[in-house]
Design a protein around this ligand. Structure first.
Ligand code: C2E
Ligand code: MG
Ligand code: MG
Ligand code: MG
Length: 278
């Protein structure tokens, strides 16, 4: 009896695995169609200069408006797109779309686009960037590419030469989610980044923990040493903003300053910011 219930438990487990795996496969198939059917769009989130209080740029964030499920957040579909390789055509679409939107909307300032580590498997990534700029007429200085530390950790000998070629175009390169990866200091010295984006996980404790304030101060010190601005991500409260101002943080981004929203003139694109309701 004990054995049969153990077996039942096991097959239940397998059935659950199968269901999860079926769901993932279906999502991958649907992702393939999504690009062809125009189910993706980009939202933009403002980045504000803390000194002047003026907007200095916008991050472009990918959204998938699924015909039945509605908005699917990137955390749910980017990993699947990476596994299936679909992130390559999707990433190329994001680049071209972001450049086109930026060119048509000078008030957006510099636009920041997220790159997946998988995109660095393509030796022609710099050419894709160049073509997105040329097709839109966007000056290279108005484009910033965001990469995470983990991207650099994958295979430096491959990523660094591609990044060098991208930077040579005049495009900015920012390090995203800083503080969540490994060997951050070595990473920062190995490549001339234009901006540090401090991960939003550091914001949560800013109000309660002197250590968090100390870390913030240290990261701003690194930015000063490298002569590049530090942007704090995920700023949600006025008191976080006051800490950041007091420590001399250069730029801020977060719900307090503005939620991800459609680009002006694109309001008729499928709505919803694709994140789960809080
Ligand atoms: P990320 O690049 O670190 O983007 C910032 C994320 O934080 C966004 O989530 C944004 O909506 C969210 N956020 C902004 N302000 C706040 C805040 O005050 N509080 C909180 N809790 N969250 C805030 P989103 O749009 O869901 O994107 C999640 C991640 O998906 C991004 O993190 C990025 O890694 C990835 N992603 C988004 N678009 C693309 C894309 O076009 N290509 C690739 N490869 N990845 C993308
Ligand atoms: Mg980002
Ligand atoms: Mg980030
Ligand atoms: Mg993040």
């Amino acid at each position: 009896r004990a054995k049969s219930s153990a077996t039942r438990g096991l097959s239940f487990y397998h059935a659950e695995m199968d269901a999860a795996e079926r769901h993932r496969r279906r999502m991958k198939d649907e992702l393939r169609l999504a690009l062809a059917e125009g189910q993706f769009h980009l939202l933009c989130q403002v980045q504000v200069n803390l000194q002047t209080g003026e907007p200095c740029g916008h991050e472009m964030l990918l959204r998938w408006n699924h015909p039945e499920r509605g908005p699917v957040p990137p955390a749910e579909f980017i990993p699947l797109a990476e596994e299936s390789g679909l992130i390559l055509p999707i990433g190329e679409w994001v680049l071209r779309e972001a450049c086109a939107l930026a060119a048509a909307n000078p008030q957006l300032g510099r636009v920041a686009v997220n790159l997946s580590a998988v995109q660095f498997s393509q030796p022609d990534l710099p050419r894709q960037v160049e073509q997105a700029l040329a097709a839109s007429g966007l000056p290279a200085g108005r484009l910033e590419l965001e990469i995470t530390e983990s991207t650099l950790m994958l295979d430096r000998s491959r990523t660094l030469p591609l990044l060098e070629r991208i930077k040579a175009l005049g495009v900015h390169v920012a390090i995203d989610d800083f503080g969540t990866g490994y060997s951050s200091l070595g990473t920062l010295r190995s490549f001339p980044f234009d901006k540090i984006k401090l991960d939003r996980s550091f914001m949560a404790e800013l109000d309660t923990s002197p250590q968090a304030v100390g870390i913030l101060r240290a990261v701003i010190g690194i930015g000063r040493a490298l002569e590049i601005p530090v942007l704090a991500e995920g700023v949600e409260t006025q008191s976080q903003l006051e800490h950041l101002r007091a420590e001399g943080c250069d730029e801020v981004q977060g719900y307090l300053l503005g939620r991800p929203a459609p680009v002006p003139g694109q309001e008729n694109a499928p709505s919803g910011d694709g994140t789960l309701a809080a």
